[in-house]
Ligand binder design. Sequence first.
Ligand code: AP5
Ligand code: MG
Length: 227
Amino acid sequence: MKILLLGPPGSGKGTQAKFICEKFGIPQISTGDMLRAAVKAQTSLGLAAQKIMEAGDLVSDDIILGLVKERLNNPDCQHGYLLDGFPRTIAQAEGMRAMGIEIEFIVELQVDDEEIVRRLSGRRIHEASGRTYHIDFNPPKVKGHDDHTGEPLLQRADDREETVRNRLQVYHRQTAPLIEFYSALVAGNNQALSPRHIRIQGSGEIREIQQSILRNIEAQRAGSRSF
Ligand code: AP5
Ligand code: MG
C-alpha cells in the first residue's frame, strides 16, 4: 500500500494520515514533520531549513529527495508507506520516479483557501508525535494537552495568517501542477504502473472524510475505476 496524500496546507493531510496509517499498518512519511524535528534538534539540515519554513517557502528539492530516500530505506517501509507533503514539486516527483519510489494511490484533499486560513489559525500540534488538533473543530480532551501523553500542545511558527497565505500561493504555483503531471502518466502507455487518483472533498466532518477515503481506496483496490 503506497499512498500519496496531496492537498494544500491545512487540508487535513496530517489528520487523515493518522487514520489511514493505522488502518493499513503503514508508516506516515511526513517531510514537514521530519524537517521540524531537524529544526528542533538544530542539526545542519534544521539550521538550513528553519528560515525557509518560517517564511512558508519550499526547502530545496535535493535536500528533500535525500531525506526521503534515506527514510524509505528503513525496514518499516517494506510493505508500503503514506507520503504526506512529498513530492511537492514536479522536480521532486521526477526525482522519486528516477529513484524507483512508487505510488499506487494519490488521495487529493480539496479545501477552499479561506477555510484553510480559519483552520490553521486554530491548529495546535503535539510536537513529538505530529498529532494535530484544532481548538474548535478537533479539540483535545484536556485543553492545551495531547490526548495520549498529556504533554503540552504548541502552535506552529508558520501558522500566522500572512505565512499561511504565502504557503497557499506556493501550493497553487508549485504543488497543484502535480495533478496534471500524474494525469499525463495515466493517459500514457503505462496505465498499470500509474497511480490511481482519488479526489476527496476535504471539508466537512473529519470522520466522514476518513470513511470516504477508506471507501474509495477499497473500491479502487477491488478493481473498480468508477471514482
Ligand atoms: P508540512 O508540514 O507538510 O505542511 P503543509 O503541507 O503546509 O500542511 P500542514 O501540515 O500545514 O496541513 P495538513 O494538510 O497536514 O493539515 P492538518 O491535518 O494539520 O510542511 C511545512 C513546511 O515544510 C513547508 O511549508 C515547507 O517549507 C517544508 N516542506 C515540507 N515538505 C516539503 C517538501 N516536500 N519540499 C519542500 N519543502 C517541504 O489540519 C489542519 C488543521 O485543520 C488542524 O487544526 C486540524 O485539526 C483541522 N482539521 C483537519 N480536518 C478538518 C476538517 N475536516 N474540518 C475542520 N478542521 C479540520
Ligand atoms: Mg501536516
